[in-house]
Design a protein around this ligand. Structure first.
Ligand SMILES: [Zn+2]
Length: 421
């Protein structure tokens, strides 16, 4: 381990700022203090264990908070995911996953191999609690201890990481999925070991589709392959969860059914999910937003330009395009559906050239968006696409946009049932 890794581990165990711990370590190492001794010394300075007497009391997982400091918990290991991270040239394998007891679950990161597997019941001593995205997380460093318990702790949670694609969320570790490779492309990236070939594409199962990256570019991951993939992790990529296959992921053949339909959810559910790759919602168009209809794009970057000015490229010779940004509402939330030129031409009932001609005749480009608004506003549409959520709201990049053609009689019956008539 290099000094950065030592500092990270020590800071994590002590719950102190890494940069400060690193400075202290560096000071001592400058005077040729051996690294183990230096770490003991820094640990004493911050009052951590190793001075020897602090032994945190056992707590329920539900009672662990980011302010807990160091804790001892007895828990069932639900998942173990491995990942390799690098500090200044040194690779360290960390283990991440979830623990549970009768009161709740908590994520953990182990900076060394304590030898536990999913299903084991363990007592973890002196784990440091850190806050990660607003939630407490246990950090197991070299001052932590792990003891195997003979008696299995019963927990109301599934042991193991098996999940359907629809249930994956960014931040998940140690997951196992069975899915079919629907799309695949090879890319060369400038990775941490120089130029690296990776595979990326789309996975599907009966519940959903999700983008994925195989950082090892395995030969068995080919278009059409149906695979079981053990120990994958999920992170957010372009606003949606993305499945990552690492050097620790094990694949084996599987038999997978894939649904052609996207999961249908309420807009409220879609928005709180934080992003979904392929999803379908149903809602009424409240409004067609500014920037719809005939628009002008920068020929360099494709961004919208106004008065021939691109924010990145200055004065440009803009290209005409068609687009719709429609606000959709289903009573639970709103989302902005974004339609590309092709979908917009379908709604408009004419091509880009037709729209340009109409604008010339009326001597106004607004006539096109007015025309589109008249078609859309107040009507119900079924929209399928890629949903991303950011601080400005939820956007649904539409791949399908159609007037709702569900049988009205059936929907009336549903409604009556809902109101208890
Ligand atoms: Zn530009």
């Amino acid at each position: 381990m290099d000094i950065d890794a030592h500092a990270e581990e020590l800071a994590s165990a002590l719950g102190e700022d890494k940069e400060e711990v690193k400075r202290d370590l560096e000071n001592l190492l400058e005077y040729s203090v051996p690294v183990d001794e230096a770490k003991q010394s820094v640990r004493r300075k911050y009052g951590g264990a190793g001075g020897g007497d602090a032994s945190p009391s056992a707590v329920d997982i539900a009672d662990v908070s980011p302010e807990s400091g160091n804790v001892t918990v007895t828990a069932r290991v639900l998942t173990v995911g491995r990942r390799s991270i690098r500090y200044q040239g040194d690779d360290t394998v960390i283990r991440e996953g979830e623990l549970a007891d009768g009161t709740g679950t908590i994520s953990y990161t182990a900076w060394q191999d304590f030898g536990f597997e999913p299903g084991d019941t363990v007592t973890i001593g002196n784990a440091n609690v850190r806050e990660w995205e607003g939630e407490p997380e246990l950090n197991l460093g070299e001052s932590s201890s792990v003891a195997m318990e003979g008696e299995t702790l019963d927990v109301p949670h599934e042991v193991g990481g098996e999940r359907d694609l629809v249930d994956l969320t960014a931040g998940d570790r140690g997951r196992t999925v069975e899915a079919k490779v629907l799309e695949l492309e090879q890319r060369t990236i400038d990775g941490r070991d120089g130029e690296t070939t990776i595979h990326s594409g789309v996975l599907g199962d009966e519940t959903a589709r999700l983008p994925f990256t195989d950082w090892q570019a395995r030969p068995e991951v080919t278009e059409g392959a149906e695979l079981r993939m053990e120990d994958v992790y999920v992170r957010e990529f372009r606003g949606v969860p993305s499945v990552n296959l690492t050097e620790f992921t094990e694949t084996s053949p599987a038999s997978v059914e894939v649904s052609d339909a996207a999961p249908r959810v309420s807009i409220g559910e879609a928005v709180t999910s934080g992003g979904m790759y392929d999803v379908e919602v149903l809602g009424n168009v409240l409004e067609v937003r500014d920037g719809s209809g005939l628009i002008e794009r920068c020929p360099e970057c494709g961004r919208l330009v106004q008065n021939g000015q691109c924010r990145s490229h200055g004065q440009v010779d803009p290209e005409d395009d068609l687009r719709v940004k429609a606000i959709l509402d289903d009573g639970t939330a709103t989302v902005t559906a974004i339609l590309d030129r092709e979908l917009t031409e379908d709604i408009y009932g004419g091509t880009l050239d037709d729209a340009l001609e109409a604008a010339r005749d009326a001597m106004s480009r607004e006539v096109v968006s007015d025309d589109i608004a008249e078609t859309l506003v107040g009507r119900e549409f079924r929209v399928r696409g890629h949903l991303s959520v950011d601080e400005y709201g939820a956007n649904l990049d539409a791949t399908e946009f159609a007037a709702n053609d569900d049988d009205p009689a059936a929907r009336a019956a549903d409604l009556l049932e809902e109101v208890g008539a």
